[in-house]
Design a protein around this ligand. Sequence first.
Ligand code: SF4
Ligand code: SF4
Length: 185
Amino acid sequence: MDFSDWNVKIHWELHLLPPKMKKVEYKTPDELKLLTERKRRETQQLIKKLKKMKSKKLDEMVHSLHDEAFSTFDCLDCANCCKTIGPRLIEKDIDRLAKHFKMKPSAFILQYVKTDEDGDFVFNTEPCPFLLPDNYCMVYESRPKACRDYPHTDRNRFHQILKLSHKNCETCPVVYEIFEELKTK
Ligand code: SF4
Ligand code: SF4
């Protein structure tokens, strides 16, 4: 095989690679709210289409976009979720966080927790009381499960949370870009 054959081969193989996702750029929650509103109708149409897909196939697509997006986007350059949406706290979260601060769970609740309009436990300030000025989490190893799971784009059965994820486009630049990318598929 001479070099021209190699050129053809490489060109052909590159052609077969899936197109790269657009690099995620940071956006403020205000910008994301505006963009999500502007694209509401087309995103709703996309959701209708995604609901008809095989669940496993959709998970594969979303997980791969999740990996690609977070390979270049650093949550430390964002922290929108920690600043604007409090995680729902379960008993285990409160016990773990209280232990982290060597406090009794009841004392931890008094100092850091309130109940929201749905009766769920949430932190009593926004931004989160444990968010540091450089966007690091003061309790990272002990953070609530909801913080570990957010933005849910690497979970299975993504079809179950399409509506919630559409809402998350208003907060998370990665989720917003994943939906935009799915529109091109
Ligand atoms: S999960 Fe999303 S909203 Fe939260 S810090 Fe990372 S990119 Fe930002
Ligand atoms: S506990 Fe940590 S990860 Fe969770 S909202 Fe607060 S700062 Fe963010």
